[in-house]
Design a protein around this ligand. Sequence first.
Ligand code: FES
Ligand code: FES
Length: 159
Amino acid sequence: MKQLLRLKVNGEDYEVYAEPWQTLLDVLREIALTGTKWGCDTGSCGACTVLIDGKAVQSCLVLATQAVDRDIVTIEGLSKNGPHPVQKAFMEYFAIQCGYCTPGMILAAKALLDENPDPTEEEVKVGLAGNLCRCTGYVKVVEAVLAAARALKGEGRDD
Ligand code: FES
Ligand code: FES
C-alpha cells in the first residue's frame, strides 16, 4: 500500500506516494527528475547516482522511505545557479558522448571533489570506479574531473 512520503530534493519539498518497495530512483523519475538515469537496478552501473547528505549514492539501492528527511541533490539541482564547474569541465573536455552515464558521473565527481579537492589521476579513477561508461573510454572523463578540481581551486587550464 502506498505511503505519503515527504522528500527534500534540490532544496524543494515534495510530497509523493510510494509503495514500500519503491526505490528513490523510481520516485525521482515519477516526480519528473528524469536526469537521474536507470541502468541496471543492481547497483552495478552508477547511472542513478544522486547525492544524499553530500555523499554519492546509487538511488536504485535506496528505498524511497529511507530518503525521508535527507538532503537529496540530483543533476537538476546542481545547475540551479548555472552550470557547476564539473559540468563546465565535462563540456570543455568532451567527456560526454551519448550522455547516459553523465548525470551520475558528474554527481560522483562532485562528491569526490567535495571530499578531496586536489585528487590525483589515480584517485579520480578510483572515485569514479562505480560509474560505468560505454562510450568515452574514461580518459576524457578523468581529464574533466582534474580540470574541474583546478577550476574549483581558482586555477585556469594548463593544457
Ligand atoms: S541503475 Fe543504479 S547502479 Fe545502475
Ligand atoms: S557517454 Fe555514453 S555511457 Fe557514458
